[in-house]
Design a binder for this molecule. Structure first.
Ligand code: RIB
Ligand code: CA
Length: 325
């Protein structure tokens, strides 16, 4: 029985690889994809999701636009990392598939109310505004969520947008507080694990060597996406964050961590958005999240590359005409 999932995302090249991985994996049934505002504004993330779905040969996918602003404060975006389109590195044609009329927050609520309790997993790859809003409007859905697997936060690695905060949490710490406090089982993929998953030259070459349009586009995205972090961290390749959320569903044995308490700083200007993870259990606070710290990076890239090879096997005529930049 495939695991039913909703993907909430702000593409974002790494989000794109996560969505492709999910759509290539029969173990998962993607009920729908909701657009979050984050890496780039909502209008672009809503478009990017549909470009990714068409690239994967899934123009049938239900894509819903979510909230355009965080629950409080102004939206912070990251074009300096992802480029003006949010997916620089490969140019895909304008999507022709529709955006659903139903708002992303309503889609999350209605899906969780409709599906049997405990059968739907939320995979969040961006700021948590949509899920935070859904929990505010319909608190009872928390008890109906099978699990939340989210990319966000950091502890030993610190932050990436401030010394203390990771981007997804920083953009909407109020929403993150609601999510981490909702009581649903949470698996957290923080920078501590994603910084061990680097898009090295060899790994990108293996993806390009697939020879498919998906392989070429994915390699183009990664070559663009990694340049910022390579310069920042001085590494061969940059951290590939979001696909770890999907890979965890497919092969949890690739990952290691521990349950601990995670709280979100919302007040301090200096540390706003920090995930205060009680790794050593000194606070006595409830252990509300499984904090993932270790990963078999080679195993992750083998899984990702093999699953990408399954996409784009259909006739080239069905694939959008691409211009790689
Ligand atoms: O900090 C990394 C996260 O922020 C990733 O999800 C990336 O796509 C951006 O949303
Ligand atoms: Ca993201």
């Amino acid at each position: 029985m495939a695991e039913k999932i909703i993907i909430d995302t702000d593409p974002g090249q790494d989000d794109a690889l996560a969505i492709l991985l999910a759509l290539a994996s029969p173990e998962l049934e993607v009920l729908g994809i909701t657009a979050a505002a984050g890496n780039v504004p909502l209008a672009l993330t809503s478009k990017n999701i549909r470009k990714i779905c068409e690239l994967a040969g899934r123009p049938d996918m239900a894509v819903h636009a979510g909230c355009s602003q965080p629950m409080s404060g102004a939206l912070v975006t990251a074009e300096y990392v992802h480029g003006e389109t949010g997916m620089d590195g490969a140019e895909l044609p304008e999507p022709t598939m529709p955006l659903q009329a139903l708002h992303g927050v309503d889609f999350i609520i209605e899906t969780l109310r409709r599906e049997p309790a405990g059968t739907v997993t939320l995979c969040t790859l961006g700021p948590l505004t949509n899920l935070g809003k859904a929990l505010t409007r319909a608190p009872e859905i928390a008890g109906r969520i099978r699990r939340i697997v989210l990319m966000g936060g950091g502890l030993f690695e610190g932050g990436n947008i401030t010394p203390a905060a990771e981007f997804n949490i920083y953009v909407d710490p109020q929403a993150a507080t609601l999510v981490f406090g909702c009581g649903a089982p949470i698996v957290m993929m923080p920078l501590d694990v994603t910084h061990k998953v680097l898009t090295t030259r060899a790994r990108i070459a293996a993806i390009r060597a697939l020879g498919s349009q998906v392989g070429h586009v994915a390699a183009g995205w990664l070559e663009y996406f990694e340049r910022f972090d390579e310069a920042k961290y001085g590494t061969d390749g940059g951290p590939l964050h979001d696909p770890n959320v999907i890979a965890y569903l497919l092969k949890p044995e690739l990952y290691g961590g521990r349950h601990c308490n995670v709280e979100i700083e919302t007040e301090s200007e200096l540390t706003k958005g920090m995930t205060v993870a009680d790794w050593w259990g000194v606070s006595g606070r409830p252990k509300n999240a499984f904090f993932v710290r270790d990963v078999d990076a080679d195993g992750f890239f083998s899984l990702l590359t093999e699953r990408l090879s399954r996409l784009g096997r259909n006739d080239a005529a069905e694939q959008p005409k691409l211009r790689l930049v």
